[in-house]
Ligand binder design. Structure first.
Ligand SMILES: *Cc1c(COP(=O)(O)O)cnc(C)c1O
Length: 411
């Protein structure tokens, strides 16, 4: 074992570095990236953290999604060498832009980060002085136009830049709201209602020469949505990396017009000071996000959809063997979380428990299973999500449900 001090001493004692080769000094490899020993212990156990089966939808508090094996492989295989982060972001961006049929793309630390960077880009352009001053530009605050019905929790990412949100209703108000301080328009794709259609929104933005941004963070499947909005004419589009695309949870995509993406990059790490610096994406996650997107685009989405339906049938047939229990396949209309799940109900005179109680029992049991609840008029229904289950978890969920409902039938 050669200590660092010894190594340095040996280095200074030797006349040329070449002299080290074959001495065993260089092979001491102080930067070895392989683990000293395979981590034998279960880190969940070591820390007392409960692993959870997600029988619901992607949720940030439940760690988003599970990365595909190919993504983990990308992370592991690229962790062993340094890379120039400017080069990496540029090269990955160029490749992703090709894949997404748009001018430019970049990896962000999530869709919320993409919203900060997109707004910052719209405010600063290539202006270095403005970049340095964000979020405290002198003069009137930059304005971002949104539909009143589109206001949502994530729009705080917009005001993080110092911009203010101007609410409008209908195309006429949107046109009237345009002024010299307007820097961007934001469309929330999964909003419950819209007073301005996608097409009108893009047209009014273009007419006023103002970049339009659409947040479609959770809006795949269908995979076509990854292409839809740039084609419609939106200048910036974001999707989360850590939802159904199954990339790293702290990664996301921002793509669209080249000048805006270049400006967004200038507002991001590895640059030292700008507003996006605290939203750093590491090298491994960039590679991971790239591979996740590639894999997602190559997925057989029809087969995957059928597998989800089959999972529901499997669980349904198990629990429907109990008197009065009824499972129903429900396809969420979207745009967010647009995939099948199972709605479960029963006659509470026969199965003497409520959906809320079953939800709690599943969650507090071993293994811990997080399902969902859905209001159905006066009553509630249990929602069993299947898209985030590992294949071996389908029968575990079915058995736990069967046990719990059977127990309640006897009581
Ligand atoms: C999840 C979500 C976000 C935030 O995405 P992150 O990738 O977690 O930063 C933003 N907007 C919408 C509509 C979302 O669903």
């Amino acid at each position: 074992m050669i200590t660092r001090r010894k190594l340095l001493k040996n280095l200074s004692a030797l006349p040329i570095v070449g002299g080290l080769i074959g001495t065993g000094v260089l092979s001491a490899n102080t930067m070895n990236t392989a683990p000293k020993k395979k981590p034998s212990s279960d880190l969940f156990k070591e820390l007392g953290v409960t692993p959870v089966i997600n029988a619901n939808v992607t949720m940030t508090f439940l760690s988003g999604s599970l990365m595909k094996p190919e993504v983990l492989e990308a992370i592991n295989s690229t962790a062993h060498d340094f890379a120039n982060m400017y080069e990496l972001q540029d090269k990955i961006g160029a490749k992703m832009a090709e894949m997404l049929h748009c001018e430019a793309a970049m990896v962000t630390s999530g869709a919320a980060c993409a919203m900060v960077l997109g707004t910052a880009a719209a405010i600063t352009g290539m202006d270095e002085k403005k970049r340095k001053l964000l979020p405290n530009l002198p003069g009137p605050r930059p304005e971002v136009i949104m539909q009143k019905s589109h206001r949502y929790v994530f729009d705080q990412a917009i005001t993080t830049t110092g911009a203010v949100i101007v609410e409008v209703e209908g195309p006429d108000e949107m046109q009237q709201a345009m002024n010299n301080n307007t820097v961007m328009t934001l469309f929330f794709n999964a909003a419950g209602s819209s007073s301005i259609s996608h097409e009108e929104f893009v047209a009014i933005s273009k007419r006023n020469n103002i970049p339009s941004f659409i947040d479609a963070a959770a809006d795949v499947p269908p995979v076509e949505n990854l292409f839809k909005f740039q084609k419609m004419g939106f200048d910036l589009v974001t999707f989360s990396g850590g939802k159904m695309i199954r990339g790293p949870q702290s990664a996301g995509l921002l793509f669209g017009k080249k000048d805006l993406i270049e400006a967004a990059k200038l507002n991001h790490s590895p640059h030292e000071a700008p507003i996006g610096r605290p939203m750093k994406v590491n090298k491994e996650e960039m590679f991971g996000m790239y591979v996740a997107l590639k894999e997602y685009l190559e997925t057989d989405h029809e087969a995957e959809w059928q597998e989800w339906l089959d999972r529901i049938e499997y669980i349904k047939s198990r629990v429907e063997s109990l008197s009065s229990v009824k499972g129903k396949t429900h396809i969420h209309p979207g745009p967010a979380n647009a995939f099948p799940s199972m709605l479960l109900s029963w006659d509470q005179n026969i199965v003497k428990t409520t959906p809320r109680e079953v939800y709690e029992t599943l969650k507090n049991g071993t293994p811990s299973i997080v399902s969902g609840l859905r209001r159905d008029g006066e009553s509630q229904m249990l929602v069993i999500g299947v898209v985030l289950l590992k294949s071996e978890q389908v029968s575990i969920v079915a058995e736990r449900l069967y046990e719990i409902l059977k127990q309640a039938t006897k009581e």
